[in-house]
Structure formats: structure tokens, C-alpha cells
Design a protein around this ligand. Structure first.
Ligand code: IP8
Length: 254
């Protein structure tokens, strides 16, 4: 069973405070992940994980991307700008790794800027040999939204959602989970929509993201998840344990 779990940038950071990790939220998630993997402190288990984690930009990557006018389509040829985005994401990635490792999760980084590329049409190549091998060796690879080399644009933004889709396809994942700040995809009344099978069913409910976010809000997430073969779930932090235990928290997108 291969599972891909995205930790939303808004969940693991304080999204309105520049470069601020939400330590409590991150630690609680790391504990849930450790528990699900049978690696909670004291369990003594070192069984190989079959979990790949991706995290978003939150108050790290998005601030820098906006400052440099960089989106998923419009890039920068400034090495200073591209490095600012990448380093911010590496800083957040390090915080995620530290939290996971402190809960005995054998987490290691994979930085997409080092391996990914887009052609002029925006199509992405993302070699995942190291991710696959890390999984096979019992590690939990932790990827993140990043900059990516883009033909004719310099460096553009690669969102964590796009990485999730690519990981799910390349690893032939069985389940995909997106941990968001909300308990699922919500309708107009604020209730969780249990299942989404077509974007048309929910288009009227889905607006944009409310804070600085260059890669779009829930509408984009739903569209990318609908494109997957594997069932995907959108849930809040309280749904992580249930998801990792094989349950169906929040909204199922399939
Ligand atoms: O928060 C964006 O990743 P996302 C990463 O998953 C950057 O969209 C560099 C802004």
C-alpha cells in the first residue's frame, strides 16, 4: 500500500505571518504520522514506511514567489529570486523533517528544484528515482512545493499539489490525502461534501484562496485530484490519523 500525504502549507505554517512555522500543528501531525507508521517513540518498530509526504509553501514560499512575481506560469531569470523561493522552502522543509524525525519518523528530504524541469508548454518532468529508492529502503521521503527550471521562463513555481499528482501517478499510489485547514471541501452552507466525482458538481461552491497563495485555492486542488486514478481525500488535521489508518475522512474525490 503506497500512500501520498500532503500537508497543506496553511496547516504547518501561520500563513499570515511571514516565515512562521505553526510548531504545535506540525508536531501534532508528526505524532499522528508516527503513530500510523507504528513508529511512535517507544514502539521499537523500524518497519519500512510506504508513505511519501509533500508539503506546501504557506508563509514561506508564497511570500517570496509573490515578491519576485513568480507563479506557476510566469518565471524569473533572477538567480537571487529563485534562490530566495527555494531557500524559504528548504527552511520549511527542514522544520517538517525535524518534527517528523523527533517523532521517530525516518524522514528525508527530496528537493524538486534539483531534479524537475518544465518544457515551454509547461509540461513537467520530475524524476522520482531517489524518492522510490528511499521508500524501498524504509525512509519517508518529504518533498515540497518549490521553484522549477522552466524553458523560456527561467524558474517558475511548482506547487505541492502538482507534486502530489505526479507522485501518485509515478508511484502508483493507492491513496492520496490532502490535509487542509478545513475539514473537507465545503458547500455553501459550510458542510463537508462527502464525495466529488465531477468538477461541475461543485464548481459553484469553490472560490479562490483568501491569503497570499500563488498556486490557487480549493478549486485547483479538486481539479488536480479528479485527474488521479487513486482515490483522494481532503480533510482537516483531525482527519490525518483516520486517513492513514485506511479510513475516509472529509471529502472523497474519485
Ligand atoms: O503551497 C507552493 O506550493 P503549494 C510552493 O503547495 C511555492 O502551492 C514555492 C510557492
Amino acid at each position: 500500500m503506497t500512500t501520498v500525504l500532503k500537508l497543506g502549507g496553511s496547516v504547518v505554517t501561520e500563513k499570515d505571518r511571514r516565515e512562521t512555522v505553526d510548531d504545535d500543528a506540525l508536531s501534532a501531525l508528526a505524532e499522528d504520522i508516527a503513530g500510523a507508521a507504528g513508529r511512535a517513540t517507544g514502539s521499537g518498530s523500524d518497519a519500512p514506511a510506504d508513505l511519501a509526504v509533500v508539503h506546501g509553501g504557506g508563509s514561506f514560499g508564497h511570500y517570496h514567489a509573490e515578491e519576485w512575481g513568480v507563479t506557476t506560469a510566469d518565471g524569473t531569470h533572477s538567480a537571487t529570486g529563485a534562490l530566495a523561493i527555494h531557500e524559504a522552502m528548504k527552511t520549511l522543509n527542514r522544520a517538517v523533517l525535524d518534527s517528523l524525525q523527533s517523532h521517530e519518523v525516518p524522514a528525508l528530504p527530496v528537493h524538486p528544484l534539483s531534479v524537475g524541469a518544465r518544457d515551454a508548454a509547461g509540461d513537467l518532468t520530475l524524476p522520482l528515482d531517489s524518492t522510490r529508492r528511499l521508500l524501498g529502503e524504509g525512509f519517508v521521503p518529504v518533498l515540497h512545493g518549490d521553484g522549477v527550471a522552466h524553458e523560456g521562463e527561467g524558474v517558475t513555481v511548482l506547487s505541492g499539489d502538482e507534486i502530489v499528482v505526479r507522485l501518485a501517478e509515478s508511484l502508483d499510489a493507492d491513496r492520496v490525502g490532502l490535509c487542509s485547514t478545513v475539514p473537507g471541501v465545503l458547500d455553501d452552507a459550510g458542510d463537508v461534501i462527502p464525495t466529488i466525482e465531477s468538477f461541475d458538481d461543485v464548481a459553484t461552491y469553490l472560490g479562490g484562496s483568501d491569503a497570499t497563495d500563488v498556486t490557487g485555492g480549493m478549486a485547483g486542488k479538486v481539479q488536480t485530484l479528479l485527474a488521479l486514478d487513486a482515490p483522494a481525500y481532503v480533510f482537516g488535521p483531525e482527519g490525518v490519523s483516520e486517513f492513514l489508518a485506511g479510513g475516509s475522512p472529509g471529502t472523497r474525490i474519485d
